[in-house]
Design a protein around this ligand. Structure first.
Ligand SMILES: [Fe+2]
Length: 318
């Protein structure tokens, strides 16, 4: 294995971007090397987003590569799991089925605002690898934002104000009903059949809270730990003032100029650190089909908490 361990190549993801890297020419043979796996892990923690391009791209490679970064777990929602492959999440939009929205006057199938995956659970997963199974002829980009750079951009007074605060999250499948996504005018036109199932039972999942700021253990860098998608407000301040503070922070975090939008090629795979990046899906024209498969790398940063009758929510007088 020593002969192949170094013959993949790394480069920047995009000039001027403070995060991300491209790893070219990686194959399953490379993954047999413990040193390669260690280096990929360290690189992922450092860069946040890794694009794998020009190497082996298959369902097998996606699963094996994902396992270099941790154990895999099935998605919380059975509707999201790929039939026969519980470790794969199927993210799909078909002209005849799939959620689509009118976003600022434009119809977008499979549109998703900025979010962190599974932020509505108290154990948010470590990351995932996304691979296209069927690409549309236009659209379908995936956006990424680095929340270490986002924290660094915050003015000092905002950093002080959010230190020690938490945000409340809840399952919400209708993206037009999310109060803190900042995408202008959004209207749900059609809900996917699978999404309707989940939406019916959304209140059976407890609300959770996550700290707005935490420190990346491996590097000591601070992370702005907020997800506009699924957020309900600041736990310590549910007033309009708290909402305004959260909106102000989200505006800075999601400034379009600092985002990277990935235009997919067929053999690409993208790995992201779900503990320090946001992502979004721009969507496709509703007449097109887009099918992606994603792994879910398990993890628990141990800072999230479910809210329940035995939890802090009971402290409030009603
Ligand atoms: Fe996602």
């Amino acid at each position: 294995m020593a002969s192949v361990a170094n013959d993949y190549r790394v480069s920047v993801l995009s000039d001027g971007l403070p995060f991300g890297a491209t790893v070219a020419g990686l194959t399953r043979e490379h993954l047999e090397s413990a040193e390669v796996r260690r280096r990929l892990n360290a690189f992922w923690i450092e860069k946040g987003v890794l694009l794998f391009r020009g190497g082996e791209s298959s369902q097998e490679m996606q699963l094996e590569l994902s396992r270099c970064f941790g154990t895999l777990e099935p998605h919380l929602f059975p509707e999201s799991r790929q039939e026969g492959f519980p470790d794969l999440v199927k993210i799909k939009f078909y002209p005849e089925d799939g959620s689509y929205y009118e976003v600022n006057g434009e119809m977008r199938g499979g549109w998703l605002p900025w979010h962190c995956d599974l932020m509505y659970t108290h154990r948010i997963n470590r990351g995932g690898i996304l691979r296209p199974a069927q690409l549309p002829s236009s659209g379908g980009e995936t956006g990424f934002i680095d929340q270490i750079a986002a924290y660094d951009r915050l003015p000092a007074d905002l950093r002080d104000q959010i230190e020690g605060l938490h945000v409340v999250y809840q399952v919400e499948i209708d993206m037009s009903a999310q109060p803190f996504t900042n995408h202008g005018e959004v209207r749900l036109v059609r809900m996917a059949a699978s999404g309707s199932n989940i939406e019916k039972r959304k209140f059976s999942y407890p609300r959770v809270i996550h700290p707005m700021v935490y420190t990346q253990i491996e590097t000591g860098r601070k992370i702005l730990n907020i997800s506009p998608g699924f957020a309900l407000g600041i736990y310590e301040d549910g007033t309009a003032k708290g909402d305004a503070l959260l909106r102000e922070v989200i505006e800075i975090c999601t400034e379009p100029a600092v985002a990277y939008f990935h235009m997919w090629q067929e053999d690409d795979m993208v790995l992201w650190d779900n503990w320090r990046t946001l992502h979004c899906a721009k969507g496709v024209p509703p007449a097109q089909t887009r099918v992606m498969e994603r792994t879910t790398i398990a993890g628990d940063y141990a800072l999230g908490r479910p809210l329940g009758l035995d939890g802090p929510v009971a402290d409030f007088a009603v």
